[in-house]
Design a protein around this ligand. Structure first.
Ligand code: GDP
Ligand code: IMO
Ligand code: MG
Length: 425
């Protein structure tokens, strides 16, 4: 079998958690491959909303296993709280979750370094979630990291202390920041708890499943425009959020990738700093923000909102090899008379349909305007009941990008999902 991948095409928060949950019954394993608790993946069913940070979004469905892969960075304190919250709801997490020995751990001092680095950047700050993501990946690539497997060793405490000492040196280069002295104790306790979880050699685990005809879905975090290589650098996260990251983050070879589902919102949002050419800073932007409840699932920060950006979406589809697109939150656009879609940019060197090297330069989006629809579509169950202008909006995007849209989401609930054709081959 090949491994399918589901990825965000924009700046994160596209609705990955919801669609992974919808697709989970089709799969034997759901695997996270990068990012960490900077992610906030929301699922809604039976009138209850759940937000997951490190645990894959397949956790609520019986019969599907979940894996936190080697490419993920784990804060054991956050993971422990997530597991306990799910257990309180009656979810048998222990029998449904495995964790890679090679995943790296986020230490309390990684979080302090994240904070110190952002403070030092002042106005140029990235707008990090302050979960310690950047410093943890820096230690990984710098070959200093502390892995889940290290927590199992008899000298785990010494290894921890040696890394903390290094961090203390680094922190002394920054302005002092306030520290909560309880954090270390809580972290060490959570590290010991982590060693009681199902810790596995995840590469043979995933590859054996695929060889035995089982179906695996890799669940991305963040989005292509936050990718460390392809995103709006330096306003990005510190991992490869794109499909190549699913290979390195799980130990699955590129020739084993099957369908690539690219999720995008019918408009755009971004949380944190960085360029956003189609941003709406007016009342309409605020209206979309309120209607779409565009407030961060992890930090609660307001998400900036703007029109759909097709050069950016096309670029994301290219670098990911997207085979199917999923369009989310179409319902939020109901009632807007005219919808703009960015189809190209005007740059100092002329018009281009490609994503320019820097979106911070003087570029102006070139829009086409499409008529909106006024109908409430949150109860629509069939594509034949779409307002004609919504159908035209979908066709316009498909024609421009050249990739079929096969899932349309019209509300946050599991049930508010329309499959346009059979998703899985
Ligand atoms: P993720 O990080 O990609 O999983 O996305 P988030 O969970 O951070 O943000 C998506 C938000 O949109 C969540 O609050 C979802 O409940 C909500 N959502 C998902 N799909 C839809 C939809 O089609 N319509 C509306 N109105 N809300 C949606
Ligand atoms: P999900 O998986 C939206 C953004 C932060 C910041 C930048 C770097 O829920 O889509 P980091 O903490 O990674 O160093 O922050 O990336 N960011 C996200 N934005 N959704 C996310 O995850 C994000 N994870 C990080 O706001 O701008
Ligand atoms: Mg999110």
């Amino acid at each position: 079998m090949k491994m399918d991948v589901l990825l965000g095409m924009q700046w994160g928060d596209e609705g990955k958690g919801k669609i992974v949950d919808v697709l989970t019954p089709e799969y034997d394993l759901i695997a996270r491959f990068q990012g960490g608790p900077n992610a906030g993946h929301t699922l809604e069913f039976d009138g209850i909303k759940h937000v997951l940070h490190t645990i894959p979004s397949g956790i609520f469905r019986e019969g599907t296993h979940n894996l936190i892969g080697n490419g993920v960075v784990i804060d054991p304190v956050i993971l422990k709280k997530e597991v306990e919250a799910l257990e309180a709801l009656g979810v048998d997490v222990n029998s449904r979750l495995s964790i890679s020995k090679k995943a790296h751990l986020i230490l309390p001092t990684h979080k302090l370094l994240d904070q110190a680095s952002e403070l030092a950047k002042g106005k140029k700050k990235i707008g990090s979630t302050l979960k310690g993501i950047g410093p943890t990946y820096m230690d990984k690539t710098g070959r200093n990291g502390f892995r889940v497997g290290d927590a199992l060793l008899s000298d785990a405490r010494l290894r921890y202390e040696s890394l903390v000492n290094k961090h203390r040196h680094l922190l002394s280069l920054y302005d002092p920041i306030e520290e909560d002295t309880q954090l270390e104790e809580e972290w060490l306790e959570a590290m010991h708890w982590l060693t009681t979880m199902d810790i596995v050699d995840s590469e043979p685990y995933v590859n054996d499943l695929l060889r035995n005809g089982k179906k695996v879905l890799a669940e991305g975090a963040q989005g292509a425009l936050l990718d460390i290589d392809f995103g709006t650098y330096p306003f990005v996260t510190s991992s490869n959020t794109t499909s190549a990251g699913a290979c390195t983050g799980l130990g699955v070879a590129p020739n084993r990738i099957g369908n690539v589902y690219g999720i995008f919102k019918a408009y755009c949002t971004r949380v944190g700093s960085g360029p956003f050419p189609t941003e709406l800073t007016d009342a309409l932007g605020e209206e979309i923000q309120n209607k779409g409840h565009e407030f961060g699932s992890t930090t609660g920060r307001a998400r900036r909102c703007g029109w759909l950006d097709l050069p950016a979406l096309k670029y994301s589809c290219m670098v990911n090899g997207v085979t199917h697109l999923n369009m989310m939150k179409a319902d939020v656009l109901s009632g807007i008379d005219e919808l703009k879609i960015c189809v190209a940019y005007q740059t100092p060197n002329g018009r281009t349909e490609h994503l320019p090297f820097s979106l911070e330069d003087e570029i102006e989006p070139i829009y086409e305007t499409l008529p909106g629809w006024s109908e409430d579509i949150t109860g629509v169950l069939d594509k034949d009941d779409f307002p004609e202008n919504l159908a035209a909006y979908i066709r316009f995007i498909e024609k421009h990008i050249g990739v079929p849209i096969n899932i349309i989401s019209v509300g946050p609930d599991r049930e508010q999902t329309i499959l346009l054709d059979k998703v899985l081959a």
